[in-house]
Design a protein around this ligand. Sequence first.
Ligand SMILES: C[S@@+](CC[C@H](N)C(=O)[O-])C[C@H]1O[C@@H](n2cnc3c(N)ncnc32)[C@H](O)[C@@H]1O
Length: 280
Amino acid sequence: MWSSAGAVARCVGNDRVMAEGAAQDSEGRRVLIVGLGPGDPGLLTERAKQELAAFDVLFSVTRASDGPDLSALLGELVDHARGGSDYRTVELVDPPLEWNIKGDRGSTAEWRKARADLWEAAILEHLGAGQTGVWVIWGDPSIYESTLLVIQDILARGNASFDYEVIPGVSSAHTLAARHKIPLNHIGGPVRFTPGKALQAEMPIGADDVVVMLDDDAAFMQLDPADQISIYWGAYLGLPDEILISGQLDQVRDEIAARRAEARERKGWIVDTYLLRRFV
Ligand SMILES: C[S@@+](CC[C@H](N)C(=O)[O-])C[C@H]1O[C@@H](n2cnc3c(N)ncnc32)[C@H](O)[C@@H]1O
């Protein structure tokens, strides 16, 4: 169990004063950014399991505001890979994020800076010479994830010094494709990834295959029903409550919206991803 892990430290702010350019040698400190897949222990990679069996400190990020807090589920995956041996946890409480993808990106930059302040202080305080600290990521670290960028921001400041590595994981997009038994692209065609907030009332021009994530508001309901589009939708992919629905958008979207609302109400949170595919 997550709670059976060893000592837990909690970081919610950074009032530490750091000397510019103080860090020199990494002294064997390692930071690993490990993709854990969509939640199914069977979709953890062998490499992720190896690294999780041997690290010293887990830097666990918990969300302060909107969206589901998946840190407890991530912790269960870590414990599964760890096989019962103890480790230290440093809890990092995320600063609130007010994100408007169509407008001001300044708030995202400030959020990233606040994260870097907090994480930098945590590394300086909790990661000793010769130790390995891990950040665990839902899915794969390269898709809609700022962890890698924040780690790079910290290194660029020069206050903390460490080597870092990224361990890929199975993305929810790949799990979606596998569950529906489809390729993500038309033969030889591009695939676009977008957050729900950036989806307009029509399919993006020139895009035949669009993977939508981070969609709090069921953006697929806004698309023009006259558009010739199929949807492949998956919620809680790789988890026991997984739901899959596919079909012509105008025929299945009400059913998806209803199942989505019901599941969110029952569980208190939802993660869902879908592919929109234009008929060609
Ligand atoms: C911050 S993004 C991270 C994506 C992640 N890095 C990945 O590779 O899947 C979070 C979004 O991923 C999608 N997602 C993550 N896990 C999921 C799951 N188990 N089932 C369905 N969608 C999931 C949802 O769209 C969610 O809003």
